[in-house]
Write a protein of this length. Structure first.
Length: 311
């Protein structure tokens, strides 16, 4: 009798847990009642024929984030789950996570410095409206492009301002000038000085990283000649707020950096919350460089990128 019960319980367990049969289907197949199938499944558990384990992806993500936090000496790492190790899917998931974090974090009288680009625009589209007072939203770098390629600069900061019941503070300039003399002259304007100073005063900065690959947004915007592009591709790992850094996080071209309009990278280190939102295999080098440079104290990324950062 015991041998028969053992056989039936194992057969029922296989059909139920491995083949997704319903208890009624198993009853019909084994020629027993449905309550008997239920008892057989319970017996299989009690005898150790079935072992149930639960994998909580959130628990794993928290542990992964803690490892990245320790490795790169960050204050906080938020790791979200992406179903695919594919850039667009990762971008979508990290943008949602960043928008949720901002909704929890932003308070009255905060000054939020905002970069631009496709990831930043995706974050902006995910923002929830929050009833806060006295919040300022300011562009961290010049947002005017002379190319047909869309930077989403105006759309992004407008969505941020709308979410936090304020008006957008634009930096209505190209992000990189052809000549340093022209850039210095423009920055002497009282209005421009005020916007740049507001970005410096921001207690929250949110930004992503760009790459030095051929399809990088800044390359497609036509700011650089071929010689400059080759210089950045050979010496650079990526850019933060359109300032190019090498693998150790140092500025990789002083001459180009001196022509760039917007927040200095050194100022990002002084923010209460300097939030880097980035993920995907093609951005690993740029993310590492940003973290080595200590320009972010909070990282929002996905599990694939987090694992690569630890590898």
């Amino acid at each position: 009798m015991d041998n028969e019960k053992q056989r039936l319980s194992i057969e029922a367990a296989r059909l139920y847990y491995l083949s997704d049969f319903s208890q009624q289907d198993i009853a019909n197949r084994l020629g027993v009642s449905r309550p008997t199938v239920s008892r057989l499944l319970q017996y299989a558990k009690e005898q150790g024929y079935v072992r149930v384990s639960i994998v909580d992806p959130l628990e794993d993500l928290d542990a992964l984030g803690e490892q990245v936090k320790r490795r790169y000496k960050l204050e906080q790492v938020l790791v979200c789950y992406s179903t695919l190790n594919e850039y667009r899917e990762i971008q979508k998931q990290i943008s949602k996570k960043a928008a949720e974090y901002l909704h929890e974090t932003v308070q009255d009288a905060d000054i939020i410095g905002v970069s631009w680009g496709v990831t930043m625009h995706t974050i902006a589209q995910e923002l929830q409206r929050k009833q806060v007072k006295g919040v300022e939203v300011v562009q961290l770098k010049g947002g005017v492009s002379h190319s047909h390629v869309n930077t989403y600069a105006a759309e992004t900061i407008n969505l941020f301002a709308d979410a936090y019941n304020t008006i957008a503070r634009y930096l209505p300039l190209p992000v990189i000038f052809d000549h340093i003399e022209v850039k210095k002259m423009v920055e002497e304007d009282r209005h421009i000085q005020r916007i740049i100073q507001l970005g410096k005063q921001a207690n929250i900065a949110i930004f992503t990283v760009g790459t030095v690959q051929e399809n990088a947004l800044l390359f497609r915007l036509g700011y650089f000649n071929e010689e400059e592009k080759k210089l950045l591709q050979s010496n650079g790992a990526g850019d933060i707020c359109s300032r190019f850094i090498d693998a150790q996080g140092n500025i990789c071209s002083d001459s180009i950096n001196d022509r760039t309009v917007g927040i200095e990278l050194e100022d990002l280190r002084n923010k209460d919350k300097s939030i880097l939102v980035a993920g995907g295999q093609r951005k690993i080098d740029a993310i590492k460089a940003a973290l080595y440079g200590r320009y972010a104290n909070i990282l929002v990324t996905d599990q694939y990128t987090a694992q690569a950062l630890l590898g």
